[in-house]
Design a protein. Structure first.
Length: 553
């Protein structure tokens, strides 16, 4: 079927009418934990649109109250069933109850859940002993119960209703068998424990994987029962740990600052109903986990650590901007700047780095390059250089460095050998370390793109120096150079790096790559090397050196 015939198959029909696309009228649904929160939203939305919905709960009062709901139109309704789904007997009793009244079930929503507290990591002493004590406050029983409800119970509930779900097509005459929606959570996806709720997050992660396994097994065996999971973010419900009552006047700011929700609000009943109904009716979706969180997970993506930030040697600027234009006239210094501690280390548990009672600040790379440019100018007297350095350091650090008549003797291009800069004050000492790296760049790439390539090469060299112990005593990288990027003739393929030959053992190489690189960076580097190898192969073939020769790694 071509793309044109695909469109023609629905032209002139009501197949694309919104009411038809998302119709659930006349279907039978079972929503566990449907008396409160998101389960109640699901049950109400389905009943409002013509479903007969069986809801379950251990407490009779909330489900009885929910069953009083009367839709504005249609024949939808809610039927309350008191059931305990924490054990197999309770699950089988529920399945028998429904099977005695219905010949099939179109939708099973495993919504039941439990929250049983967390390890109070934030209030514990931030030491191995303190964290151990906080984590050991939890019990095996707590972990077992949370897992039993979120994963074991979901497994057995789906298994118990499987015949009724399959009967949706064979007995009910629907185009497809019934489907299952397991309610997981973004807590099962985020890599954090969300301040110590290990048991909840781990069990929800298991729910997501259980969904994938069930979907795969049912599909490959020709059963046709779809299984998907839905991972909601912050919604006002009994399961959420968020404080929905004390938001304050600026609600958007509260949710952005306190809970890191970029949308500046929590989810609504409409948001949730739209999402879950679309998952229920889509007959081509299975094994999927749908996230609805106002971009919370995107905001919670891992931020770079201090080490990773220190290895990010290049300022970023849009090509053609005023900032990028300023860079064009600056000289590029070969090497790296590192910061050496000149004061006692910060106290244990402190998240800030202080020297002599003051927070440590750093010069920007642009400032350092400008400073170096002045240093390299033979027309500026050394006394004037020192005055400028004192003034600029005063502005950046909040206090002036001690004056020394010999400080200019070690400036690159001015001191002996021109290979080190050592400007010492009561807070920081800068040392310039040559790397010997040069990067040959494609003229077709932007200046910023070429710097990204140079950054990766320089980062690997710096980490190698760390692994070899050549940076012993280094506190942190203060700023980085921009190694020379030559605008040479075009190179076939990707950027080619030319650097001073350095013998690196496999052990050192692995240690370097594992030190600060994220998985994404490792994938990026692997792709860079693959392209570079391809360029080398092409060149070798052009020179007639043999087509079967292995490329260097």
């Amino acid at each position: 079927m071509s793309s044109l015939s695909l469109q023609q198959s629905v032209t002139g029909t009501d197949a694309l009418d919104v009411g038809k696309l998302y119709s659930v009228e006349g279907r039978v649904a079972v929503v566990t934990g449907g008396g409160t929160g998101l389960g109640l939203v699901t049950a109400t939305a389905l009943a409002e649109n013509g479903c007969r919905v069986y809801i379950t709960g251990r407490r009779l009062e909330p489900i009885t109250e929910a069953a009083k709901f009367k839709p504005r139109k249609g024949n939808g309704c809610i039927v309350a069933v008191q059931a305990d789904l924490s054990n197999k007997d309770g699950i089988l009793t529920l399945a028998r109850f429904v099977s005695e009244r219905e010949k099939f079930v179109n939708v099973l929503v495993n919504n039941h859940g439990v929250y049983m507290g967390r390890a109070e990591l934030n209030s514990a002493a931030q030491t191995a002993e303190g964290l151990s004590s906080a984590m050991l406050e939890e019990s095996f029983e707590t972990w077992g119960k949370v897992y039993d409800i979120h994963t074991t119970s979901v497994y057995f509930t789906t298994a118990a209703f499987l015949p009724l779900l399959a009967a949706s097509q064979s007995v009910g005459g629907y185009a497809e068998p019934g489907n299952v929606v397991n309610i997981a959570s973004l807590s099962g996806i985020t890599r954090t424990s969300q301040r110590g709720q290990f048991n909840y997050n781990a069990s929800k992660a298991a729910t997501i994987h259980l969904t994938l396994m069930q979907a795969t097994e049912f599909a490959r065996r020709g059963l046709g029962v779809r299984v998907n999971s839905l991972s909601p973010g912050y919604f006002p419900s009994g399961m959420s740990v968020a404080d929905f009552d004390n938001v304050g006047a600026d609600a958007a700011k509260h949710w952005r600052d306190e809970y890191r929700i970029p949308f500046g609000r929590v989810g609504t009943a409409i948001d949730y109903a739209q999402c879950i109904i679309s998952v229920i009716v889509n007959a081509y979706m299975t094994g999927s986990n749908i996230v609805i969180d106002g971009s919370w997970l995107a905001e919670m993506a891992p931020e770079p650590t201090e080490d990773q930030l220190s290895a990010d040697f290049f300022d970023e600027a849009e090509v053609g901007t005023e900032e990028a234009a300023e860079w064009e006239g600056e000289e590029i210094q070969d090497g790296v700047f590192v910061s050496l501690p000149t004061a006692p280390s910060p106290t244990a548990g402190s998240s800030k780095n202080y020297s002599n009672g003051r927070p440590r600040k750093t010069h920007s790379i642009k400032h350092l390059n400008r400073l170096l440019s002045r240093h390299r100018s033979p027309d500026i007297p050394e006394t004037e250089l020192e005055e400028k350095f004192v003034r600029e350091t005063q502005a950046d650090f909040g206090f002036a460095p001690p004056r020394s008549p010999s400080w200019a003797d070690t400036i690159p291009g001015r001191g002996p050998g021109g290979q080190a800069i050592n400007k010492t004050n009561s807070s920081v000492s800068l040392i310039h370390i040559p790397t010997g790296i040069r990067v040959q760049a494609q003229p077709t790439r932007s200046r910023a793109q070429n710097r990204v390539v140079a950054r990766q090469i320089l980062k690997e060299r710096l980490d190698l120096m760390r692994v070899r112990g050549e940076l012993e005593g280094v506190d942190s990288v203060l700023a980085g150079p921009r190694d020379e990027v030559k605008n040479v003739a075009a190179v076939d393929g990707d950027v080619v790096a030319e650097e001073t030959p350095v013998k690196v053992t496999r052990k050192e190489k692995l240690a370097v790559e594992a030190r600060t690189w994220s998985k994404a960076e490792l994938r990026w580097e692997k792709e860079r090397r693959r392209k570079a190898n391809r360029v080398k192969k092409v060149k070798r073939r052009a020179k007639g050196e043999g087509e079967g020769e292995e490329a260097d790694e």
